[in-house]
Design a protein around this ligand. Structure first.
Ligand code: NI
Length: 171
């Protein structure tokens, strides 16, 4: 992995970078490698299973996932096959303390570039499929809370307001 010095930090609910549509990566270079290395470290330290570049303020289609099988990289990911559906509770490193049941495809087939700039195709199911779909939402500026129905939104209101207040105190 590259050692280009890039200092990234985790962004939380209310941060504008979480709402931007991420741009595709033209080519995986040393810069992307450095971003990936830092993202993997931030994810590990935060105890997450996935992290998308907008969550560290980078407006690029870059995702790192580790569900306990070692880190996987997805750059410019595209889902071209979805099978079945499954509803399970999810959390998000950018929304600490928020948990929400989300309906997702149970099995997906995804194409992406890996860290070597090679196009790869992967079929994933269950947790891995769920995490890929969650992280791909981030690339569209979509957050976990956007999946909440009206009742859950009311329930989450106070928690989200507290997150926004906390963010103002940090800035
Ligand atoms: Ni997330």
């Amino acid at each position: 992995m590259s050692t280009l010095p890039i200092k990234l930090r985790l962004r939380f609910y209310g941060d504008a970078s979480l709402r931007r549509k991420a741009k595709p990566v033209a080519k995986v270079t040393e810069k992307e490698m450095a971003i990936l290395a830092e993202m993997a470290q931030i994810m590990r330290l935060a105890g997450g299973v996935g992290l998308a570049a907008p969550q560290v303020g980078i407006n690029r289609q870059i995702i790192v996932i580790d569900i306990g099988e070692g880190p996987r990289v997805f750059i410019n990911p595209k889902i071209f096959k979805r099978l079945g559906c499954d509803t399970k509770e999810e959390g998000c490193l950018s929304l600490p303390g928020v948990f929400l049941s989300v309906k997702r495809a149970k099995k997906i087939t995804v194409t992406a570039l890996n860290e070597k700039n090679e196009a790869v195709t992967l079929s994933a199911d269950n947790l891995l499929a769920r995490v890929i779909q969650h992280e791909m939402d981030h690339l569209k500026g979509k957050l976990l809370v956007d999946h909440a129905n009206i009742f859950k939104k009311i329930e989450l209101k106070r928690k989200l307001r507290a997150l926004l207040k906390h963010k103002k105190e940090v800035l």
